[in-house]
Design a protein around this ligand. Structure first.
Ligand SMILES: Cc1cc2nc3c(=O)[nH]c(=O)nc-3n(C[C@H](O)[C@H](O)[C@H](O)COP(=O)(O)O)c2cc1C
Length: 307
């Protein structure tokens, strides 16, 4: 028996639950020579902003034990250029496209999404809410601001809106609930973890901005915890993200309550890892004689099952 990997998320049908993670797969279509894009559940684009951004100065990536830190700084060509070429090329791949959007203020998110909505091509919008606002505070750490962004974007978006949250809060389930109450159709849990690496030869920080976002194997248990906690508090579906390297890791996120997963650092190591993760999920379902990947969502999350 070949297990059914098909899944519905926020009303959209995906052929399998493995998505790329924003910022780790370029705009998506450029990687067609390296990987069979049509095998992916969805492509989540790098974050797009209203105006083009050059990003932070080098060095902006550093390896750490079992992971990496990055401080790319949302380098992108801006939404006007994005809808002219990358979005068109993405549409031609036939793979569902989730466009990641960020801004420093509510109107920047809204204007970016308005420009995207004037074209077809995006199946959903993922709001990157882990970027700094005008006062240099992380948008989703300010609950009223985060809710304002979600509500305002919902008014102009023609497709489902997914809120991607920062894990660096005391209780992620409260923030996920706040996103749901503001109208989000799903949440992504979670973004990277702020971290610092210092070079003991030079006595200097390794990243140009000192702090960067930590991702990779080392963050997985913390992000699984985010999914586990949020699943108990919300009804909207979850994209699990953080340190997924294998099919087993993806299944772990789904057992905690994620409906689908997004994969970042593993695909930076090799885009082929995305396909291995899809195959790995299928193998586990086969071994356990489980007919559909839908049957494993939240199975290890006793608290929600009990309510
Ligand atoms: C180099 C790099 C760039 C990233 N850029 C973005 C981005 O533009 N927008 C975003 O929402 N997340 C961004 N992320 C975070 C990833 O989408 C993902 O949430 C995080 O890396 C955790 O997943 P992983 O451990 O599988 O990499 C970036 C991560 C990396 C490593």
């Amino acid at each position: 028996m070949t297990p059914d990997l098909g899944i519905e998320f926020a009303g959209i049908k995906f052929k399998n639950p493995v998505f790329t993670a924003s910022g780790t797969f370029g705009y998506g279509y450029e990687l067609a020579d390296l990987i069979s894009l049509e095998k992916l559940g969805a492509i989540v684009t790098k974050t797009i902003t209203l105006e083009p951004r050059l990003g932070n100065v080098q060095p902006r990536i550093v390896e750490v034990a079992s992971g990496m830190l990055n401080t790319i700084g949302l380098q992108n060509i801006g939404v006007k250029a994005f809808v002219e070429e990358p979005l068109d090329n993405l549409r031609k791949t036939g793979v569902p496209v989730i466009v990641s959007v960020a801004g420093a203020a509510v109107n920047e998110y809204v204007e970016t999404v308005k420009t995207l909505s004037a074209r077809s091509g995006a199946s959903a919008i993922e709001l990157n809410l882990s970027c700094p606002n005008l006062k240099k505070k992380i948008v989703c750490h300010d609950l009223p601001l985060m809710q304002d962004v979600v509500k305002s974007v919902k008014k102009v978006a023609k497709v489902p809106v997914i809120a991607k949250l920062s894990p660096l809060v005391a209780d992620i389930s409260e923030f996920a609930l706040a996103a749901q109450n503001a109208g989000a159709d799903g949440v992504t849990l979670a973004n990277t973890y702020p971290a610092v690496a210092i070079d003991v030869k030079t006595f200097k920080p390794k990243l140009s901005t000192v702090k960067g976002g930590m991702s990779g194997t080392c963050v997985k248990p913390m992000s699984v915890r985010c999914v586990y906690d949020a699943y108990q508090n919300i009804k909207i579906p979850i994209i699990g993200c953080g340190g997924i390297m294998t099919g087993e890791d993806a299944v772990e996120f789904m057992l905690a309550g994620a409906s689908v997963v997004s994969v970042g650092s593993a695909s930076l190591l090799s885009p082929e890892n995305l396909i291995k993760i899809i195959d790995g999920i299928e193998e586990i379902l086969k071994e356990k004689n489980i007919k559909s990947v839908r049957d494993i969502i939240g199975v290890a999350n006793a608290a929600r099952k009990a309510c």
